[in-house]
Design a protein around this ligand. Structure first.
Ligand code: SAM
Length: 243
């Protein structure tokens, strides 16, 4: 079994149905267009994409990692799910129009500099309909800079398969708030190790990047899928509208 099979188990504690309920509420409340066709940027194992397809949406799920796309295509096939290996900074290559986009699990933060983030937003603006919504999930300083040595440690079990995760910080660049983390997953006597690099953005920076595109405006920031107070959130949900 490959990394993504076990990664799926490691994150099985998430309530994907509830998160997708939340997304649907956001679409209903803020989108000017009826949402039928959704783009999932950095879909990973595709849990949100699958749930959206099950609810009747057409979804195009992209990821830069071909193994993630391969795993998703092997576990779920449906006429309304299109998958593609694609870099978020080249997203306009899709050459189609979408009614909404999501990028959950910090995908935007993996684009570690302002130029790449701007490039992504400008390119995604070309394939999003006017009045549509882009929902991004981003890490906060409280969640990922302050708790700086061991971010998290947990165990999950599904269908008799146990996985153990250690998620540590390797290094922090305190000048630019770039976090280098180590994701160590142990299962079935195998160890998988992934280094991740992401940048923490302040709300002011997100506002500045959004304004620089001239194609999006910020509608709202929400304190994670749990809707906690923004200053207490480990992740924030940024809702952008294509103008
Ligand atoms: C933490 S996972 C989140 C997966 C999924 N969205 C979720 O919430 O379960 C981040 C994903 O972003 C993808 N990714 C990172 N940089 C990317 C880029 N430049 N373009 C597209 N995908 C990217 C990774 O390969 C990984 O699958």
């Amino acid at each position: 079994m490959d990394f993504y099979f076990y990664d799926d188990i490691a994150y099985s504690f998430r309530n994907i149905k509830k998160e997708v309920d939340f997304l649907e509420k956001i679409f209903k409340k803020y989108s000017d267009v009826k949402v039928k066709k959704i783009l999932d940027v950095g879909c990973g194992t595709g849990e949100h994409a699958i749930e959206l397809v099950k609810r009747g949406y057409k979804v195009c799920a992209i990821d830069i990692d071909k193994d993630a796309i391969k795993y998703l295509s092997s576990k779920f096939r449906h006429k309304n799910l299109e998958t593609k290996v694609l870099d978020a900074t080249k997203i306009d290559r899709l050459n189609k129009k979408f009614d909404a986009a999501i990028s959950l699990g910090f995908v935007f933060s993996y684009l570690v500099n302002f130029e790449k983030q701007l490039e992504h937003l400008v390119k995604i603006s070309k394939i999003l309909k006017k009045g549509s919504i882009y929902v991004l999930e981003l890490p906060t300083a409280k969640g990922f800079l302050i708790k700086s040595t061991l971010l998290d440690e947990w165990e999950e079990e599904k269908n008799g398969i146990k996985v153990k995760v250690e998620y540590k910080t390797r290094k922090i660049n305190w000048l630019n708030f770039i976090v280098e983390s180590d994701y160590i997953l142990k299962a079935n006597s195998k160890t998988f190790r992934r280094k991740e690099i992401f940048r923490i953005l302040s709300l002011e920076e997100i506002k500045a990047i959004t304004a620089a595109t001239k194609k999006f405006k910020i509608i709202k920031f929400i304190g994670s899928f749990k809707n906690v107070k923004l200053e207490n959130a480990n992740e924030i949900i940024a809702i952008l509208k294509r103008v």
